[in-house]
Design a protein around this ligand. Structure first.
Ligand SMILES: Nc1ncnc2c1ncn2[C@@H]1O[C@H](COP(=O)(O)OP(=O)(O)OP(=O)(O)O)[C@@H](O)[C@H]1O
Length: 308
């Protein structure tokens, strides 16, 4: 009882509403809205600032507009309202300052690990020797030393994702945009990718926007977790995670935080413009809990007394 209370109190101090920060944001999202085919309101009035060196997770159930927002940041979707700027310049399309990573590593199957990296670096006009050296450094960084000559089909799913991460980092974008990149990996491989990404981020402090529907993944990785809800897609809360790194998904405070976010999402389910789609939808997962526990599904009653 006392332990639970202590957990709750510490989670309350470690997960707080984000404060407005001084200085120009690296990425500024202002009143962004997007409607598909004049009928699906994927985003409404979204305001987010991402500062240099921040790791921001966009968290929410399927269909709440996370990917639409990420693609708008990438310049692949032109929002129907509002605007987005990067380093003070309007985002009007894709550019080399942003690299987007998907669940699929999207490697060239006929090229080796080294060649996959060198190819994109040469495409960015790096001299051959520089591209080779940079590729070698980033292959080492993701723990694939010794696999430079391997073809993608000779690697496991986790190793292929490491190659995709090495390639994205080697391009040195101003912002790395990640769309559920570890969603297709098994739990153990995903945990090792979380460790790797945390380790790399602690060293490089790259600006990252990471989409997920997994609450613990967001809390393990994010400096901030922007909690979104659907129908229409909107920001519910922008939270700062004050847990020290590296983070453990089974840390008691983190588990308590995930309960609070799940409760918040449960309450938001009851406040929507339109009914949920027929046939249900992907739930927000709170990994590490027993089956059925820790998930938000359509219309679930909100847990009591877990408000932020
Ligand atoms: N090209 C499109 N045309 C029409 N509607 C779309 C299109 N892309 C997305 N939508 C709709 O916009 C809404 C937001 O979709 P989006 O993919 O951004 O959500 P999401 O939160 O990323 O979901 P998921 O986690 O399942 O990827 C959904 O209702 C979706 O059906």
């Amino acid at each position: 009882m006392l332990r639970r209370l202590r957990q709750r109190l510490s989670a309350k101090n470690l997960l707080v509403p984000s404060r407005a920060r001084q200085g120009v944001a690296k990425l500024a999202v202002r009143r962004v809205g997007h409607t598909f085919r004049n009928e699906v309101v994927a985003l409404r009035n979204v305001d987010i600032d991402v500062h240099s060196g921040e790791f921001v997770c966009l968290l929410g159930p399927s269909g709440c507009g996370k990917s639409t927002l990420l693609y708008a940041l990438a310049g692949l979707v032109k929002p129907s309202g509002g605007h987005i700027s990067l380093d003070g310049r309007d985002v009007t399309g894709p550019g080399p300052d942003r690299v987007l990573m998907f669940q699929e590593p999207a490697l060239f199957p006929w090229l080796t690990v080294r060649q996959n990296l060198v190819f994109v670096l040469r495409g960015r006009r790096l001299a051959k020797a520089d591209a080779e050296a940079r590729a070698a450094a980033f292959i080492e960084r993701v723990g694939l030393h010794g696999f430079e000559g391997a073809l993608p089909h000779e690697l496991s799913g986790g190793m292929r994702m490491r190659v995709a991460l090495a390639r994205a980092l080697a391009m040195d974008p101003a912002v790395l945009l990640m769309d559920e990149p570890f969603g297709a990996l098994d739990a153990q491989t995903r945990a090792s990718m979380h460790d790797l990404l945390q380790q790399i981020w602690m060293r490089d402090r790259k600006t990252v926007v990471f989409v997920t529907h997994n609450i613990r993944e967001a809390l393990v990785l994010g400096d901030r977790v922007v909690v979104m809800a659907g129908r229409p897609g909107r920001v519910l809360q922008d939270l700062e995670v004050r847990l020290p790194r590296p983070r453990d998904p089974d840390d008691e405070a983190l588990v308590e935080m995930s309960r609070r976010i799940r409760a918040m999402l449960g309450r938001a389910e009851l406040i929507t413009d339109t009914p949920p789609p027929i046939g249900g939808r992907k739930e927000v997962a709170d990994e590490g809990t027993a089956p059925g526990e820790g998930r938000v599904s359509g219309g679930a009653p909100p847990p009591v007394g877990a408000g932020l």
